[in-house]
Design a protein around this ligand. Structure first.
Ligand code: 5AD
Ligand code: SF4
Length: 474
């Protein structure tokens, strides 16, 4: 008999994208296979996000679209997991009674057992745990890429930023042992992986559990030294824990890429204080300076929230000022979203939506201007690109393959240059836009991609919904 099929839809950050790879791995271990193109899957898993309210709306929108499919095929199993499942618990199946399994963030390993139980039961089955039961990293995995891999180093966050719901859903920080992380990286390298992105809600607090304040910089150096690994990245660090040893490790480890995504959130000290973010704007800018001194070619990106309760025009101007001084090469900008249960949700001085929208637009314009200016400065220069997936139809005149430069800039290359995912090339930049570069001249292949001998991990099919590259909160 043909194997049953699955589809995993992912909302939210990279941690979720990676958890989805584990979910796919678990399902493959149970005998399922990824549904292809036009097949309708027997099991649909939605891995949710709760960081902002629109992520809530997206879940119920997707569930709404699945309702007719469930009516047509009562054997279809619908699973909701991730942060929103953890947050909404019982109310998911109240709002969408056609959901079969609801599973929290701490126990995705229970998925196979819950699916089996749900097959025998007509109402939704659910399971939640208050603390992490097993590191998802210990579960089977079906990775979405065979040349670039996520590696979780920690889960959870011990900070208490007043806008953020993550600590209440992901729990206190749990750190994996360095040996376990390195073993995973070595195995990935043996299987042909070239790029590693270390993941954590607060990556550079890594080590807090075993009391080593320099654990993250040590880990960067050791992961960067694994033979065969060409590029190491990490996301997201917190400015508070961005110590000089981390900068030194980045600058001195050739495989650690000159790129840094470090959330600012606000450029006003008063707002930072009310956000309970312990650094101040000057300290943030000092880190930016230190990083640029150590790595002049580094591209620095950030996250910014506008319209945090009590934010005045003057506070907002201070954010613009920091953006201008820091010269970010890009920023994820968010309108503050009330998260029930967080301290800021109780603040009485919420900012009027039209004021938030106006500031949001103004911030975006400044961010884009600076990003574009920086990208234009790269015109005519050579960039090294790790080739990713192709975008658009191969035969269309605008067909491109996209990849990432060393500093993580998105670079489009022509589709007809014979490039395959995982190839490493250099090319000359011929066009600059605010969010990408086009490099279609003088393409030179540095090396072709070859999967390694022990490429043993199955490939999974997971779909990322919404913004695929939203950083992990920090
Ligand atoms: N409202 C708006 N943005 C938020 N973020 C986290 N919580 C909220 C919220 N309540 C943003 C932060 C974080 C990013 C992943 O999401 O900027 O760094
Ligand atoms: Fe933790 Fe980041 Fe949320 Fe702050 S914003 S509480 S550092 S996950």
């Amino acid at each position: 008999m043909d194997r049953p099929t699955y589809e995993v839809q992912t909302l939210g950050c990279q941690m979720n994208v990676h958890d989805s790879e584990r979910i796919a791995g678990l399902l493959q271990g149970e005998g399922y296979r990824a549904a292809t193109g036009d097949e309708t899957a027997d099991v649909v898993v939605i891995n949710t996000c709760a960081v902002r309210e629109n992520a809530d709306n997206k879940l119920y929108g997707h569930l709404g679209m699945l309702a007719p499919r469930k009516r047509e095929n009562p054997d279809l199993r619908i699973v909701v997991t991730g942060c929103l499942a953890q947050k909404d618990r019982g109310s998911v199946s109240e709002r969408a009674p056609w959901v079969d399994v609801v599973l929290g963030t701490h126990n995705i390993d229970s998925l196979p057992a819950l699916l089996r139980r749900s097959a025998q039961q007509s109402q939704a089955v659910s399971e939640f745990a208050e603390t992490l039961q097993a590191f998802p990293s210990d579960l089977p995995v079906a990775r979405g890429s065979d040349f670039s891999a996520w590696v979780a180093i920690s889960v959870g966050c011990n900070n208490t930023c007043t806008f953020c719901i993550v600590p209440s859903l992901r729990g206190r920080e749990r750190d994996r042992e360095p040996e376990d992380i390195l073993a995973e990286v070595r195995a990935l390298s043996d299987s042909g992986v070239k790029e590693i992105t270390l993941l954590g809600q607060n990556v550079n607090a890594y080590g807090v559990e075993f009391g080593d304040r320099q654990a993250f910089s040590k880990l960067l150096r050791s992961v960067g030294g694994v033979s065969g690994i060409e590029r190491v990245r990490f996301t997201s660090p917190h400015p508070r824990d961005f110590t000089t040893d981390v900068i030194a490790a980045m600058a001195q480890t050739p495989t650690v890429m000159p790129s840094l995504h470090m959330p600012l959130q606000s450029g006003s000290d008063q707002v930072l204080r009310r956000m309970r973010r312990s650094y101040r704007a000057q300290r943030f800018l000092q880190i930016v300076d230190e990083v640029r001194t150590a790595m002049p070619e580094a591209a620095i990106t950030t996250d910014i929230i506008v319209g945090f309760p009590g934010e005045t025009e003057d506070d907002f101007e201070q954010t613009l000022e920091v953006v201008r001084s820091a010269r970010f090469s890009g920023a994820f900008t968010f309108k503050y979203s009330v998260r029930p249960g967080t301290p800021a949700a109780e603040y009485s001085d919420q900012v009027a939506p039209e004021v938030v929208s106006d500031r949001y637009e103004r911030l975006l314009a400044v961010v884009e201007d600076i990003a574009w200016e920086q990208n234009r400065a790269l015109l005519g220069s050579r960039v090294e690109v790790l080739v990713g997936r192709s975008s658009g139809r191969k035969d269309s005149p605008n067909a491109r393959v996209s990849g990432r430069a060393r500093d993580n800039r998105l670079v489009h290359l022509p589709a007809d240059a014979g490039l395959e995912p995982g190839d490493l090339v250099t090319a000359t930049v011929t066009h600059a836009a605010p969010h990408h570069l086009i490099a279609d001249d003088e393409i030179a292949v540095i090396r072709r991609f070859e999967a390694g001998a022990s490429s043993c991990e199955p490939q999974g099919s997971t779909v990322t919904l919404g913004l695929p590259s939203v950083p992990v909160t920090s």
